[in-house]
Design a protein around this ligand. Structure first.
Ligand code: CA
Ligand code: CA
Length: 315
């Protein structure tokens, strides 16, 4: 017997698309196409945001000029679907049993609760400076900034982190990291698995405490089993020097929700006059949204042809 569920419950079919695709009959699939999904963005990406680059040590005083660059793998209206970013500044005295929610001068939080981005779009989170490499450098406020806090004078969102002259750690002998969560700071706990996260530096140091520590996602370089710094879970991206952007290159496939090319890092030295294009994201997100439109369009044509052939055969 033909299952008609997809016909009578198109809305639920949309919400459960990723789970239901393999079980869809031709009518359900046709309905899906006719409801306008041809123009939709990548549908099954369960990692909506990936980290693409970051500036830890801008020229002169670091705050409020540190920033992280992110890439959306799908369209996000942050007022509807909120996220948060937490970054760390590990030191020799840091006690990181509570990982990302340690707070104080060790971890600092940003809530992403307004604004929106489209699939493939690059955006930024960080200090209020919005300058490419510290005080007096190129104004990059024209880029898309989703959340800024004056990290030099103001604590982090949700009470996570205190202001200082250096909130995004510069790596070195105690690795520093960035994580993206699919909820606001208030809902993140020491056991919450981030959507994306990574570390850089010369050694894990205090970022791998004797108990507890930083939960990681399963991504191109880490596993959600255990914490950062465990055996097999201690990858470190390049340790940046002063005025060096850590720029990541890799390919993320939204269809399989995985990295087909794992991220590697390059250090890009910035000057006071570097243009915004110097820090353009080097992350590739596939398939491009237009590829989805082509696939659905081809599917619609094939179904239409199949319908015509059936009609012809019945005459
Ligand atoms: Ca810093
Ligand atoms: Ca500096």
């Amino acid at each position: 017997m033909e299952n008609e569920a997809g016909i009578t419950q198109p809305v639920s079919a949309l919400f459960n698309l990723c789970a239901s695709l393999p079980f869809m009959n031709h009518k359900s699939f046709a309905l899906l196409m006719l409801t306008g999904l041809a123009a939709a963005q990548p549908l099954c990406a369960s990692t909506p945001i990936v980290i693409s680059s970051f500036l830890t040590n801008p020229a002169g005083t670091d705050t409020p000029f540190e920033y992280v660059q992110l890439v959306a793998t799908q369209s996000i209206d942050f007022s509807v679907t909120s996220f948060s970013v937490i970054w760390t500044n590990e030191g020799s005295g840091s006690t990181t049993t509570n990982g990302w929610v340690t707070g104080g001068t060790t971890t600092y939080g940003f809530n992403l609760t307004s604004g929106s981005v489209t699939a493939g779009q690059t955006f930024y989170v960080g200090g209020t400076g919005k300058l490419i490499n510290g005080s007096g450098s190129t104004d990059i406020s024209s880029a898309t900034w989703i959340r800024n806090i004056n990290t030099n004078t103001t604590g982090g969102d949700g009470g996570l982190g205190s202001s200082s002259t250096d909130t995004l750690g510069n790596g070195g002998s105690h690795a520093d990291g960035i994580a993206v969560f699919n909820t606001t700071i208030a809902s993140v706990t020491s056991s919450t698995i981030p959507e994306d996260a990574l570390f850089w530096g010369g050694a894990a140091g205090t970022a791998h405490p004797g108990s507890g520590g930083f939960k990681m996602p399963t991504n191109d370089r880490y596993s959600s089993t255990g914490v950062f710094g465990d055996v097999g879970n201690a990858f470190l991206f390049s340790d940046p020097g002063g005025s060096q952007l850590t720029s990541l290159t890799g390919t993320f496939d939204t269809g399989s929700n995985s990295w087909t090319t794992a991220r590697t890092s390059a250090l890009v030295t910035l000057t006071a006059s570097s243009p915004l294009s110097t820090i353009a994201s080097q992350i590739t997100v596939v398939p491009e949204p237009s590829t989805y439109a082509m696939l659905f369009g081809a599917g619609a044509l094939a179904w239409s042809a199949w319908r015509r052939s059936r009609k012809h055969a019945a005459v």
